[in-house]
Design a protein. Structure first.
Length: 339
């Protein structure tokens, strides 16, 4: 019995769809697609247990809640991509919060308060960069030291007390909306767009990836590692300062402890969930945003389901371990160690 096998090639339409799907997958990234699937499953599980999750007001609350973490996670992604790490971002945010409130007290100007917070953050980041580049101190050790130092400075400046702010324009940054979208969410979107363009479409951004991928080869290619690392940590401090400004506007006070309740660990978790490799050279802004959203949805879901708050800490710790394990499996290190 003869079995006829069709040799007809696939239709042009199906081939075109396949090509477009492959192009979209390559552009968006397989890692990000996996994160979207994980986020969809998480939303489905939480939504099935509590229908209030899908309320517009709750979704807006999630956006506002992740705005500060999102801003810090984005710049943490840049730092990790370059092969570094900044553990001091939480304390830098607290120091910037105090600086912004103090500036508002001295000069009743919202612009001056915002500028002061960002500037102090940039100075703190520059100090990190100087210690790492000229002091030749490991980034983890250097920023762990300044994490403690900056927090101490913030408490010393305020004698451990909050500094109230009452400038209406400044406070609006943390509470007002445009077309129903809260200002903190708008700030997050603008920062994300800016850094996305910076990393993907500029020579400087490509050099950041190159430094994280192979610092020796980058130096031989003429890239100044000292200038780039100093600039990256200064930028990290400035964005952490912006996060401190947002915290001040939301809480109506400059808090020396603002940002020090695990903000740096959450930012690292979000960046690693988003596909960053601790060794450097890998990571995307879109992935970081998805990682932040997963953390925000998980936190919100645990609250809606009346899960005790300490379980949130356990969940975040588990996420960090999971994110690192995924990266290790992707690089083959775990398989090599178990062989």
């Amino acid at each position: 019995m003869n079995t006829a096998v069709s040799s007809r090639p696939p239709s042009a339409g199906s081939t075109g769809v396949a090509r477009r799907a492959a192009a979209a997958r390559d552009a968006f990234g397989a890692q990000n697609i996996s994160l979207l699937i994980a986020l969809a499953l998480l939303v489905a599980v939480i939504g099935s247990q509590n229908q209030d999750f899908f309320r517009t007001s709750n979704l807006i609350n999630i956006g506002v809640a992740i705005s500060v973490l999102g801003v810090v996670s984005i710049v943490m992604t840049v730092v990790i991509v370059s092969g570094g790490l900044d553990i001091s971002v939480g304390s830098t945010a607290g120091l910037a919060s105090v600086a912004a409130a103090g500036a508002l007290t001295a000069v009743d100007s919202a612009a001056f308060g915002i500028a002061a917070g960002v500037a102090i953050g940039a100075v703190a980041g520059a100090v990190n960069g100087l210690i790492i580049t000229f002091g030749r101190v490991n980034p983890v050790i250097a920023t762990l030291a300044t994490y403690s130092a900056y927090r101490g400075v913030a408490f010393a400046l305020t004698d451990g007390k909050a500094v109230a702010v009452d400038n209406d324009t400044f406070i609006a940054l943390g509470s007002d909306r445009i077309w129903g979208i809260p200002y903190p969410v708008i700030v997050l979107v603008l920062v994300a767009i800016g850094f996305f363009v910076f990393l993907r479409y500029t020579d400087i951004g490509r050099n950041v990836y190159a430094i994280g991928g192979n610092a020796v080869a980058s130096r031989l290619a003429g890239i100044s590692l000292t200038k780039y690392r100093l600039g990256i940590y200064t930028l990290s401090g400035a964005v952490a300062g912006l996060a401190g400004v947002l915290l001040t506007a939301k809480t109506l006070a400059g808090e020396p402890s603002a940002g020090t309740q695990g903000l740096e660990l959450e930012a690292i978790t979000a960046a690693l969930l988003g596909g960053c490799a601790l060794a450097g050279g890998k990571g995307t802004i879109v992935g970081a945003l998805l990682g932040v959203t997963i953390i925000g949805v998980l936190d919100n879901g645990l609250i809606l389901l009346n899960v005790p708050s300490f379980y949130q800490l356990i969940a975040k710790g588990a996420l960090l371990v999971l994110a690192v394990m995924i990266q290790e499996w992707r690089t083959g290190r775990v398989r090599g160690a178990l062989a």
